[in-house]
Design a protein around this ligand. Structure first.
Ligand SMILES: [Zn+2]
Length: 410
């Protein structure tokens, strides 16, 4: 194969991926005005439903514009030898492969982040604002950005530097070392996420004594589930949307409730949502997801090790000097159809897990408060009640509300 052929394969993958995504979006948008399933008629009143339609349409248009913009920028970058420019710039600063890779990805990331900044600003301060979701102040927005960059530099930069170093001394067998590193890091992060990462962005306080705490503890005790760490997070400083999640294992295990969840839902509904989360834990979904993600990381790294040393990859991107970091970029694009596929499989599995967790909540607690809680959450996030099945199949990690409802009613 010639570098030119590979270049066109890369361009085709980007375009096809974009088109498939836009077709799915358009298909989904065509069904925004479908009649609402009978079981969900009580989620919105007429006026609110009309508002949710407008919200979906705004997001749809926004997605069309922003994704078209980014794919055009990426293609321009490819055709104008942008990767060669970034590579030359990085090589003019240092001739150490680790530093070159760090500077190279630093340039790419900074560039793409700055280009997407106006879009995320618009999304937060115009769309979310207009529909009453936004609570983020410009100050929080900017601080979040800076903290995000800080985290990316420390964690992303650290991992990248180590992987390039592994490649330097181990050659093609670097993937073993990289795999162990990434696996250990993701387990560590899952374990200490609530302690190390969350405090950078939010305040968390233990759920105060009172009827809600008593009800949660009574449920946990009945299920023989030790749940000492129940925290409330100040998510209302960013958005009115609500959620709850579980994190960590063993003694680090904790449940986190958004403060917006506590204001929006009644105690019984919160316990039901929590029972669903306990279901994920008891059915080992957290462990299974982690094992699958570690295995698929290993597979990806192994495939990467077969190709990354090939100078054809650098040549296809118009870069003179072959390098690990250029190989990584080319591989990332070439591998994206496979990662799309694994994403679809993971979403499929995740939807199965959601039913299992719902069933767990139904069996160990009650179905009714979970149904009414889910309806309130859908209402408060103006969520789509009539998604297209193909869109659900590809993008949804949770089953659509009417299906969860049908399952819970059964
Ligand atoms: Zn769930």
């Amino acid at each position: 194969m010639t570098a030119n052929t590979l270049f066109w394969i890369i361009v085709s993958i980007i375009i096809i991926d974009f088109l498939v995504d836009k077709i799915l979006d358009a298909l989904n948008a065509k069904h925004y005005n479908d009649p609402v399933p009978d079981s969900l008629k009580d989620v919105f009143d007429e006026q609110e439903y009309e508002k949710s339609q407008r919200y979906k349409k705004s997001n749809y248009k926004f997605g069309m514009v922003s994704s078209t913009f980014s794919v055009v920028v990426l293609l321009l970058f490819l055709f104008l030898d942008g990767f060669d420019f970034a590579d030359t710039l990085a090589r003019s600063v240092s001739d150490n492969a680790i530093l070159i890779a760090l500077i190279f990805f630093g340039i790419i990331m900074l560039g793409s982040d700055l280009l997407s900044l106006p879009f995320s600003w618009y999304h937060t301060f115009v769309i979310e604002e207009k529909f009453g979701f936004n609570k983020t102040t410009p100050r929080t927005f900017i601080l979040d950005k800076l903290k995000g960059w800080g985290m990316l530099i420390v964690l992303g930069g650290g991992i990248l530097a180590l992987i390039v170093w592994f490649y330097q001394f181990a050659g093609d067998s670097f993937w073993w070392y990289a795999w162990i590193l990434v696996a250990a890091f993701s387990i560590f992060l899952n374990m200490f996420y609530a302690r190390l990462i969350v405090p950078l962005f939010n305040k968390q306080t233990p759920l105060s004594e009172g009827s809600l705490r008593n009800k949660i503890e009574a449920y946990a005790q009945k299920e023989g589930f030790t749940l000492e760490k129940i925290f409330v997070i100040d998510s209302s400083k960013r958005s009115t949307k609500a959620n709850a999640y579980f994190s960590g294992f063993g003694s680090e295990k904790r449940v986190t409730l958004y403060d917006t969840l506590i204001t929006d839902l009644q105690d019984e509904e919160i316990v039901a949502v929590l029972a669903h989360e306990v279901g994920h834990y008891k059915k080992n979904h957290i462990i299974i997801n982690m094992v699958i993600s570690i295995l698929s990381t290993g597979f990806t790294l192994w495939i990467l090790s077969l190709f990354v040393g090939n100078p054809l990859l650098s040549e296809a991107l118009g870069v003179e000097n072959p390098g690990f970091h250029i190989g990584l970029v080319a591989f990332g694009i070439l591998y994206s159809p496979i990662s799309e596929l694994t994403g679809i499989i993971m979403n499929y599995l995740s939807r199965k897990f959601e039913y299992q967790a719902d069933n767990f909540a139904k069996q160990t607690y009650k179905a009714q408060p979970l149904i009414s809680g889910l309806k309130k959450l859908s209402k408060n996030s103006l969520s789509n009640l009539t998604p297209h099945p193909a869109y659900v199949f590809v993008h949804y990690s949770h089953p659509p509300l009417y299906k969860r409802f049908r399952n819970l009613e059964r």
